[in-house]
Design a protein around this ligand. Structure first.
Ligand SMILES: [Zn+2]
Length: 308
């Protein structure tokens, strides 16, 4: 269980499971001789991708960032990806019932990020999985998802969001909004044009909030704790795993690869000096860590050490 406290907030990672992804697609133009030093592919060239959601308990609200792949994939997609569908079980094991979630935020609307937004009830009707929650997603992304390009049309499953928009349960965001005090969104173009990062500030006015562990959170992570870490960011598919931290290591799926590089620069310009904890949406092993630049200027990952 990955759990830390950030100021007055408790942050936990809940996974919807893992799925196989073509290594070439995952690393875009990066040659396999390079990426295979970081990630091992199987004999079909598949690597393992995670589906990490971030749960934020602010003390007032329970906020869920991203809802994984869900349980509504078509037969064809299940052949590619399987359908791990573990998020609700994992939340339940962590003491979180669907009714407990007050807010759901989707960074973008690809099927592997908003799959548990909705479920089919026993009559086949599409209903919100988190019945009390206010849902949020980027407006430009939703507009695009209504008429996606041939290239990424397969990534959009309207049942994940259209019923929520139609019922008024999903609010569409411009980017830059504060959803609740301490949880805000910012647009980082590249993977898609309107993808959001979700920025979590321990608590406004909370002085020098410290990253500490709940007793249950002792993990294998190593490295020194950044005592002045007050901010975490769910940067989504801008930096999907710890293997993608270099500026030019974008995914083949990115619609605007040059924007990915610019957005990463903008992110690091703030996240590195301010020691933000970066959450990695698709990393099956390291859901969060600090990204730093070493003496040679290379990007490196340092574990978020958990001290009790
Ligand atoms: Zn993704």
């Amino acid at each position: 269980m990955h759990r830390v406290t950030l100021g007055g907030f408790e942050l936990s990672i809940f996974s919807d499971g893992t799925y196989p992804l073509d290594g070439g697609a995952f690393f875009g133009v990066v040659p396999k001789v390079m990426w295979s030093k970081r990630v091992t592919a199987d004999d079909r060239n598949y690597v393992t991708a995670g589906l990490n959601s971030l749960l934020i308990r602010t003390g007032k609200e329970t906020v869920l960032v991203e809802t994984g792949m869900g349980n509504k994939l078509s037969e064809r997609m299940i052949r590619f990806y399987g359908q791990p569908a573990k998020l609700l079980d994992n939340l339940a094991a962590g003491g979180v019932a669907p009714e407990d979630v007050d807010i759901v935020i989707n960074s973008h609307l690809h099927f592997d990020h908003c799959g548990w937004n909705t479920v089919r009830d026993k009559n086949g009707k599409m209903v919100p999985t988190f019945p009390r929650a206010k849902y949020y997603a980027p407006e430009g992304e939703w507009q695009y998802a209504r008429r996606p390009s041939e290239r990424d049309a397969i990534s959009y499953i309207p049942e994940n969001y259209d019923p929520l928009v139609a019922s008024g349960q999903m609010t569409l965001l411009k980017g830059g909004e504060e959803i609740v005090p301490g949880v805000s969104v910012e647009t980082f173009p590249g993977h898609t044009a309107h993808m959001l990062g979700v920025i979590v500030n321990g608590r406004p006015g909370f002085e020098r909030a410290r990253l500490q562990a709940a007793p249950s959170a002792v993990t294998k992570e190593s490295g020194a704790l950044a005592p002045d870490c007050t901010t975490a960011c769910y940067i989504s598919d801008l930096i999907p795993t710890t293997a993608h931290i270099d500026l030019t290591w974008g995914m083949g799926f990115d619609l605007y690869p040059l924007d990915t590089i610019e957005s990463k620069k903008r992110y690091y310009a703030q996240a590195i000096p301010e020691k933000w904890l970066t959450v990695f949406t698709h990393d099956p092993k390291t859901p969060w860590a600090y990204v730093e630049r070493d003496e040679a200027g290379r990007m490196v990952v340092r574990g978020a050490q958990i001290t009790g």
